[in-house]
Design a protein around this ligand. Sequence first.
Ligand code: NAP
Ligand code: GCO
Length: 263
Amino acid sequence: MVNFRLDGKVALVTGGSYGIGFAMAKALAKAGAKIAINGRNKDNIDQGLADFKKEGIEAYGYICDVTDEVAVQEMVAQIEKEVGVIDILVNNAGIIKRIPMHEMKVEEFKQVIDIDLVGPFIASKAVIPGMIKKGHGKIINICSMMSELGRETVSAYAAAKGGLKMLTKNICSEYGGHNIQCNGIGPGYIATPQTAPLREKQADGSPHPFDSFIISKTPAGRWGTPEDLEGPALFLASDASNFVNGHILYVDGGILAYIGKQP
Ligand code: NAP
Ligand code: GCO
């Protein structure tokens, strides 16, 4: 019988206080995992923990910026003490800046790379020793359609998410022999605070042009929801995916397969 349960497992979901991270953490908790989340903002963490409680989930929250290696290592040590050695890491924390590349400051480019690519490196480096000792581990990197495609104004984000796809394949290559599976999830366009500006109604009440564009490019004919990521996250976090490694699972309603509706 394929095992999707996570009883006795400890999962850290970075940026898990809301959005996609919260939904994936909820799914892992409902399958039996003990959940730790982190974020930069205490209010977001407190709200996230309260929202987990409403779902009957006792989660653990840590204020920690994924770009700060010392803080991440201290957080992992604290989780090991308070919750247990981490079996599952979901590198979800991420930002985007939508600025035409020729107008983007180097610092802005670097900030996106730091959070979206260096952060997953730092967190993965912090949990791998414990996973090697335990003889198993799951690392799930939250990539993007921008791991495969570009578009105007998201150069830093696409570079980071493209790099995250290859970091995923490299962790698979380097640690697969320790029974550590590292895979990615590439969400399509998901309705969260990160994409809210792309869905804002126009002054006349009409849909945002990008909103209509994405719906026309998506065979499913809708934006994704964070809940659409729950099953894929559970699959990649569970023993059901023990022979899946270095794979990016796109959860995009079919956008990447579709040339788009004839106008
Ligand atoms: P979101 O709503 O903006 O949430 C981002 C989360 O990351 C928040 O919990 C935020 O909490 C945390 N975070 C940001 N920077 C951090 C840092 N330096 N250290 C620790 N935590 C940090 O984003 P989302 O839409 O849920 O996206 C989550 C992930 O999915 C991101 O990696 C994003 O790139 C990716 N993704 C999103 C979509 C989409 O359409 N929404 C599609 C594909 C991929 P604090 O602000 O409190 O730190
Ligand atoms: C954008 C969006 C996308 C989504 C996602 C798509 O501005 O194009 O924010 O980047 O967040 O990454 O997979």
